[in-house]
Design a protein around this ligand. Structure first.
Ligand SMILES: Cc1ncc(COP(=O)(O)O)c(C=O)c1O
Length: 391
């Protein structure tokens, strides 16, 4: 019997112990024991699946990674200590000196730093393509292009890239397609259905959903995840069992939380469209979004993030943030609590002004992660802060 997303999220868990507990126990142990030398030898020789050491595997991290893989429609997964651990591992497991990466221009600030500061040091080059010029992608593929890496929706630009098109291009040119699915989560979008080979996640965001723990994961085909596992096993970005335990429980409520995040975000975006202090309101499911039809095609709903521009610029932007009474000023997103951030002075401060402009980060850009408070209170708080800063 094929089960629905919600049922898989709630009912997928590792086997019961002899205590017959209902909730999965926390396996807070660095290593695992063997009954004899032969059993231990066989485990190290990969002849059995026995747990050896929690840097390699652990029942809690395995449960989280396997459940996320199932929800993404992937064969396997490996959990990492953070989203950046997952992004970095997904590069290092497959790329070598001389390889080329094709990347959408609007990527998360730390991913941009990895590409420009670190991968370049090891002779791995990259080219950017613009989300609004998908016709340019194929022409940018070089002989040594090994991977296409994309965020959709992107952070913070909310650019949407056509996954079906990317899947076709990647498979035609035999290039790995790697999608950072952090903003959508598998509940709203499953890139593997469109031909993606690997999907990376920051589980710190909507997957945890309550701003408690960091985590990440890479999911995909078994043989690809084996490479990620071998890289991580040797280099050490393993997820802590405690964080995995939290994140696996969080997946149980992902669908209901995402429904409300999306509902609140859409209502907020519509309210902002009527506000005289802001312009460039961006939300994937607003008809004014440049890639609205693609968002509608590949996403179940528009996600929990809304961006807008404070017309009067940065000084008014700061006054706006200071005037908020409910929304939190913090670097995270995907929390139960609505969060306001100013990307130009925080997450994307390391980019040059030109680089920020190229990805649509204006000095007055504000990113709102719509939380789970009552939507009227979210809208009222943002509207009163805009009024204070606008006068
Ligand atoms: C799209 C995206 N990818 C990756 C990351 C990195 O995740 P983490 O903070 O868990 O390392 C973030 C963090 O904001 C993100 O927004």
């Amino acid at each position: 019997m094929d089960k629905h997303f919600e049922t898989l999220a709630v009912r997928t868990q590792s086997g019961q112990t002899l205590h017959k507990e209902h909730a999965v126990p926390l396996y807070l142990t660095s290593s695992f024991t063997f009954d004899n030398a032969e059993e231990m030898r066989a485990a190290f020789a990969d002849e059995t699946d026995a747990n050896i050491y929690s840097r390699f595997s652990n029942p809690n991290t395995d449960e989280f990674a396997e459940k996320l893989a199932l929800l993404e429609g992937a064969e396997a997964g490996y959990a990492t200590a953070s989203g950046m651990g997952a992004v970095f591992a997904s590069f290092m497991a497959f790329l070598k000196s001389g390889d080329h990466l094709l990347v959408c221009r609007s990527v998360f600030g730390s991913t941009h730093t990895v590409l420009t500061k670190y991968l370049s040091r090891w002779g791995i080059t990259h080219s950017y393509f613009d989300a609004d010029k998908p016709e340019s992608i194929e022409g940018l593929i070089q002989k040594n292009t090994k991977m296409i890496f994309v965020e959709t929706p992107s952070n913070p630009g909310l650019d949407i890239i056509d996954l079906e098109l990317l899947g076709k291009i990647a498979n035609k040119h035999n290039v790995l397609l790697n999608i950072d699915n952090c903003f959508a989560t598998p509940y709203l979008q499953q890139p593997i259905k469109y031909g993606a080979h690997i999907v990376t996640h920051s589980a710190t965001k909507f997957i945890d959903g309550q701003g408690r723990v960091l985590g990440g994961a890479v999911v995909g085909k078994k043989e690809l995840i084996k490479e990620v596992y071998l890289f991580c096993r040797a280099t050490g970005p393993a997820l802590s069992p405690f964080n995995a335990w939290v994140l696996s429980k969080s997946l149980e409520t992902l669908a209901v939380r995402m429904d409300r995040h999306c509902d609140n975000a859409l209502k907020l975006a519509k309210a902002l469209q009527k506000n005289k202090f802001v312009d460039h309101i961006k939300y994937p499911f607003l008809e004014t979004h440049p890639q609205y039809s693609i968002a509608k095609k590949q996403m179940k709903q528009g996600g929990g993030i809304v961006t807008f521009n404070i017309k009067a610029g940065i000084e008014q932007g700061k006054k706006f943030l200071d005037a908020l009474q409910i929304c939190s000023l913090t670097a995270n997103l995907g929390d139960t609590r609505t969060i306001a951030t100013h990307p130009a002075s925080t997450t994307h401060a390391k980019l040059s002004e030109e680089e920020r402009q190229a990805v649509g980060i204006t000095p007055g850009l504000v990113r709102i992660s719509a939380g789970l408070e009552h939507v009227d209170d979210i809208i009222n708080d943002i509207e009163q802060a805009l009024l204070v800063s606008g006068n």
